[in-house]
Ligand binder design. Structure first.
Ligand SMILES: [Zn+2]
Length: 342
């Protein structure tokens, strides 16, 4: 019995040192140790020669030895299988798999285009937080508490007293610029905004805006019109017509909404323009003197204009997408249609 135990120890040593570099050598290991005529079976056959009172003890040693050999075999199999399989199935001379190249989101494409047009006119890009306090989002923009115009911009409040909310427009960024900078100011503010709206094809609880602000001495409504006219021509082509309709915003006076001639029907009337030949693309106006005063800018010396547009709206007209929800559904079939778009 002692001899057998010693023999097992030696075999364990041997197994431990066994190395294999191929599936053939691993198979040789299996046959030698674990095969039907292998060493493990062989030694197990010695059990009958062990005295009865030591059978239990020897049984344990044998079992341990068997598990040891089996786990070594599993290890060898795993390490050699991979290498033989790899060398057998991979043809290294073949060209590699093409790497999938993503594309920019259509809203990013349109935003970048808007930004680049205004950059050429000398506008700088300003960004700000999406979580805002009440003052920067409403108060500073001449929308005091209880102002009925707040109803048009119902949003998501994160905290009450003091009020923290998800900004309803990027005008809050204009407020932050006016807070830090003295005129002349010429910035555009692209970013995501939030409204408490039921999600449908025409409305969403979040969307993207690009707002612009220009404050200097002698800035007039003519400057506003010419700037926006230039933008529209660059964005949609030279043939597009523009019209301004009087409107109301608490932060501009006078205010106007701007329409462009319908790109789909060329002005003749269709579903997109509701048979009017015109589609609204942005709101604009001369900065309200109260807003300038809020930031210590003298309204008798300085004037300015501001405008704001929805990026989704511009993208919708440019790409003729009729459902706003498509932009945020992350559907690859929709998104990959813009791979070639500039
Ligand atoms: Zn039309």
């Amino acid at each position: 019995m002692e001899e057998l135990v010693q023999q097992i120890e030696q075999l364990k040593q041997e197994i431990n040192e066994y190395q294999s570099v191929s599936a053939e050598l691993t198979e040789a290991f299996r046959i030698k140790y674990l095969g039907t005529k292998g060493i493990v079976k062989n030694i197990m056959g010695e059990m009958k020669n062990v005295p009865n009172d030591r059978k239990k003890e020897f049984g344990q040693i044998l079992n341990e030895f068997k598990v040891f050999a089996e786990s070594k075999y599993e290890f060898l199999k795993e390490s050699t299988n991979g290498s033989t399989k790899a060398s057998a199935t991979i043809d290294w001379s073949l060209p590699g798999d093409p790497v999938g190249v993503g594309s920019r989101h259509p809203l990013s494409l349109v935003r970048n285009q808007i930004v680049s047009i205004f950059k050429r006119l000398g506008f700088a890009v300003a960004e700000g937080p999406e979580i805002e306090d009440d003052w920067h989002n409403f108060g500073a923009m001449n929308l005091p508490e209880d102002h009925p115009a707040r109803d048009m911009q119902d949003t998501f409040y994160i905290h009450k007293d003091p009020s923290w909310l998800l900004r309803t427009h990027t005008s809050s960024v204009q407020a932050r610029v006016m807070e830090k900078q003295k005129p002349p100011i010429r910035v555009i503010c692209p970013g995501r905004v939030y409204r408490n709206e039921t999600v449908s094809a025409r409305a969403h609880c979040f969307f993207h805006q690009v707002e612009g602000l220009y404050i200097d001495e002698h800035v007039s409504f003519a400057d506003l019109k010419q700037t926006l006219y230039f933008f529209v021509q660059e964005m949609f082509g030279k043939d597009v017509k523009v019209r301004f309709r009087p409107s109301y915003f608490p932060f501009t006076e006078p205010s106007a909404e701007m329409d462009i001639s319908c790109l789909i029907c060329g002005g003749e009337g269709c579903n997109v323009c509701k048979h009017t030949g015109w589609v609204e693309i942005l709101g604009s106006g001369m900065v309200h003197p109260k807003v300038l005063e809020n930031f210590g800018i003298d309204p008798n010396k300085y004037t300015g204009f501001a405008f704001g547009m929805g990026v989704e709206r511009i993208a919708q007209l440019k790409y003729q997408v009729n459902d706003l929800r498509l932009y945020s559904q992350n559907d690859i079939r929709f998104l990959k249609q813009f791979t070639g778009a500039v």
